[in-house]
Design a protein around this ligand. Structure first.
Ligand code: URA
Length: 274
C-alpha cells in the first residue's frame, strides 16, 4: 500500500502533519537510506524502510494488545522520564500506540493498547456506557445499603452523581459472595464475623486492625479516580484496585502481570462482545 510520507509519519506517531513536514524538510527522514525528497513522496510500508533521526519507523495500520498492567506504570503513550504502559509492548518502538482510557499508576489489570482511535472512542466515550469491572480491596465499614447507594448514584464532588453501578461483595468464600447487596456488619459489635466474612463493628473501631473487604464494582463511566472516589463517598478507602473486565472481555488468567497479548481485531471484538 502506497502512502504519502507525511501521512505515514503522522499516522506512525511522529507528530502532526506540519510537524513531520518540518522533519522531512530538515533532512531527518531517510527512505531506504536516502534523504526523503519531500512530504509528498510515496512510500510502501511493506517495502520501504523509513528512519527518523536514525530511528527505524515501525507501523502497522491497526494493532491491538491486551496488557495486564503492573503497579507503578503510567497509563500514557510516552513520557520523557517515566515508564509507560506502551513501553511494556515488546515489539520495536511504536510511537502510534496509546492506552484505551487510563488506569491510575497504582491500579493493576486489564488495559487495552491500540492505535485504533475509533475503537477507543467506542469503548470509552461517556455516551457509550460500556461496563468496566474492578476488583477493589476496601478498608472501612461498608454501609448496609451500599448496593442501593451505588445503584442510585453517589455524589463524588462532580456536577452530577455517578451513573448506576453494581457491586458484589466477595468476602468469605466464593459461595458466600452476595450480588448487589451487603451483609450488615452486626449491630452490637459482639460478633467477630458474619457468614460473608464482614467483620463486626467492634473490630471496625480498632484503628490498628481495619476491616478489609474484597469488592467487585461495575461502572459504566470513566471519571477520574472514580472507583476510589465512590468508596470515599461512603466513608471507605480503596487500598488495592485491579480492573478485571471491559464489557465481556475478561483479563486472561494466563497473562502474567506486566505481560501483553497481541490479538486481532476480530478476536478482540469476539471477546468484548460489543
Ligand atoms: N477508578 C479509579 O479510582 N482508579 C482507576 O485506575 C480506575 C478507576
Amino acid at each position: 500500500m502506497q502512502l504519502r510520507l507525511d501521512k505515514f509519519l503522522a499516522d506512525a506517531g511522529y507528530g502532526t502533519r506540519s510537524e513531520v513536514k518540518q522533519l522531512i524538510r530538515r533532512g531527518e527522514v531517510l527512505v531506504d537510506g536516502k534523504r526523503a525528497s519531500g512530504p509528498e513522496q510515496k512510500v510502501d510500508i511493506t517495502q520501504n524502510s523509513v528512519t527518523v533521526s536514525g530511528e527505524t519507523v515501525f507501523y502497522e495500520p491497526l494493532s491491538y494488545y491486551i496488557l495486564n498492567k503492573p503497579e507503578g506504570v503510567l497509563s500514557a503513550s510516552r513520557d520523557g522520564r517515566e515508564k509507560t504502559v506502551v513501553d511494556l509492548i515488546p515489539e520495536p518502538k511504536r510511537r502510534d500506540l496509546f492506552p484505551v482510557g487510563r488506569l491510575d499508576r497504582d491500579t493493576t489489570g486489564l488495559l487495552l493498547i491500540t492505535n485504533d482511535g475509533k475503537l477507543s472512542n467506542r469503548l470509552m466515550a461517556p455516551g457509550k456506557h460500556v461496563p468496566k469491572t474492578y476488583r477493589a480491596t476496601v478498608e472501612g465499614t461498608l454501609p448496609e445499603n451500599l448496593a442501593e447507594l451505588f445503584a442510585a448514584g453517589v455524589d463524588i464532588g462532580d456536577d452530577r452523581p455517578t451513573a448506576p453501578a453494581t457491586v458484589v461483595i466477595l468476602d468469605g468464600t466464593d459461595d458466600d459472595s452476595i450480588e448487589g447487596s451487603v451483609i450488615p456488619a452486626g449491630d452490637n459489635g459482639d460478633e467477630e464475623a458474619d457468614r460473608s466474612g464482614v467483620m463486626s463493628t467492634e473490630t471496625a473501631s480498632s484503628p490498628a486492625d481495619p476491616i478489609t473487604h474484597q469488592v467487585e464494582l461495575t461502572i459504566t463511566e470513566g471519571r477520574y479516580h472514580q472507583v476510589k472516589r465512590m468508596f470515599e463517598a461512603v466513608g471507605c478507602h480503596v487500598t488495592g484496585l485491579e480492573r478485571i473486565r471491559i464489557a465481556d472481555l475478561t483479563l486472561p488468567q494466563e497473562l502474567p502481570r506486566g505481560s501483553v497479548l497481541k490479538i486481532t481485531y476480530e478476536e478482540l471484538m469476539a471477546r468484548l462482545g460489543i
